[in-house]
Ligand binder design. Structure first.
Ligand code: 9B3
Ligand code: ZN
Ligand code: ZN
Ligand code: ZN
Length: 417
């Protein structure tokens, strides 16, 4: 067994995951049954280049946990051999990543223009933010809350009918660059708001009584990079002093038990927590905005993928939040709403026990700021396509997610005072 690992290490010494071609790359799923099997995965990850999809880093792997990871084409056979010989039960989730990559763009909408049923690049999203605000001046306004490491303006949409002393719900998308379904949801949410205001009574009430701050893409530089260079990029694109590795995990960069668990101090890791809390311009801009609007923001929703989970605090500790009962009840009802449309099953619960213990996340931070209703969505799917969810699933995914979001919004509205 160990000889085999050494062999792989030698063969793969110079191998690197390609930036743009994914021909023959595979995604495997294993469920290590004990510490020994976790150790096999650890050794694998230290000998060859492994991109962890779920959980997002090898350091988060625990016994009985479902683990999805991507390997280079040239190493796929050896990895499969190793898995066979080690007795680890495994499944090939994606046999040819390039095929799955091409299958993403299966939308029937054949247009280069903005579409709610396609993945839109950043430039297209920017134009859309301007258009939707211009076309709905009484419902949507656009502002800039900061700029990214690479100098792009971070746009925020405020959605709601203006009236004095409104409370608000903050929704962000695109923390992690490769989770493309997330920005698609934020666009969908705004579309539904403007299209159904004055027609659907539930939407009309929500927008009359609440404002929704919608941040369509938080990690814009990373998102652009997934379009231009590496579809599988997760982190920001900032330089790290003393390292050739780029980027910080924005969802490990908040001041909530920062870097104490489930995060890495190594800039080369996908869950690098950054040099300090809010070291990233993007997370600082978001945190500053929320701090400035703490008296009005009553709920914080952050949209990720994939796994079909509805999480609430805490992730940085196994300790339950003081509002555990209420949050759990809301999560259950929201998951039921979501499931009612296309029978998509969600698991819900506190982050630490539901996926993994990890510190520095925005939901925990928002909760500790006093925003009681703080949730992380992990949208579709459960691994069939993972981050490469086909465009044909944008509509059903956004429709069902909207039901859950509207449920939470209504709940918040009914519990304002
Ligand atoms: C992680 C943390 Cl640290 C948190 N507080 N809430 C949710 C998550 C899950 C996402 C992550 O950043 O790993 C899923 Se992509
Ligand atoms: Zn994420
Ligand atoms: Zn995720
Ligand atoms: Zn549908």
């Amino acid at each position: 067994m160990w000889a085999l690992l050494v062999l792989i290490g030698a063969a793969a010494a110079s191998a690197h995951l390609q930036d743009s071609t994914f021909d023959g790359q595979k995604v495997f799923r294993v469920i290590p049954q004990n510490d020994e099997q976790v150790e096999i995965i650890n050794s694998l990850a230290s000998n060859i280049q492994v991109d962890f999809w779920q959980p997002d880093s090898v350091t988060l792997v625990r016994p009985k946990m479902q683990v999805d990871f991507r390997v280079e084409a040239s190493e796929a056979f050896e990895v499969e051999d190793l898995l066979k010989q080690s007795g680890l039960e495994y499944r090939v989730l994606i046999a040819d990543l390039q095929a799955a990559l091409d299958a993403q763009f299966d939308s029937r909408a054949r247009t280069a223009a903005h579409s709610y049923e396609k993945y839109n690049d950043w430039e297209t999203i920017v134009a859309w933010t301007a258009d939707i605000a211009a076309q709905n001046p009484d419902l949507v306004s656009r502002s800039v809350i900061g700029e990214t490491y690479e100098g792009r303006p971070i746009y925020l949409l405020k959605v709601g009918k203006s009236s004095p002393n409104k409370k608000a719900i903050f929704i962000d998308c695109g923390f992690h660059a490769r989770e493309w379904i997330s920005p698609a949801f934020c666009q969908w949410f705004v579309k539904e708001a403007v299209e159904t205001y004055g027609k659907d009574t539930a939407t009309t009430t929500l927008l009359d009584k609440l404002d929704f701050y919608v941040l369509p893409v938080v990690n814009i530089d990373g998102y652009v990079y997934t379009w231009t260079t590496n579809r599988m990029w997760r982190k920001t694109r900032s330089k790290n002093a003393g390292s050739i590795c780029i980027g910080t995990d924005p969802n490990r960069n908040f001041n909530a038990g920062w870097c104490t668990i489930g995060a890495s101090k190594n800039p080369c890791d996908s869950t690098y927590c950054g040099s300090a809390p809010e070291s990233e311009k993007e997370t600082k801009a978001l945190a500053d905005f929320i701090r400035e609007h703490l008296s009005t923001i009553k709920a914080y929703l952050t949209i990720h993928s994939y796994s079909q989970l509805l999480l609430f605090p805490y992730s940085y500790t196994y300790k339950l939040p003081s509002d555990y009962q209420e949050l759990n009840t809301i999560a259950r009802a929201a998951s039921e709403q979501l499931r009612s449309l296309h029978n998509t099953k969600y698991t819900y619960g506190p982050g630490a026990e539901t996926i993994y213990a990890a510190a520095g996340g925005s939901d925990d931070w928002a909760y500790d700021q006093g925003i009681k209703y703080s949730f992380t969505f992990e949208l579709r799917d459960t691994g069939r396509y993972g981050f490469l969810l086909p465009e044909s699933q944008i509509k059903p995914t956004c429709e069902e997610t909207l039901l859950a979001v509207k449920y939470i919004a209504n709940y918040v509205l009914n519990h304002l005072y």
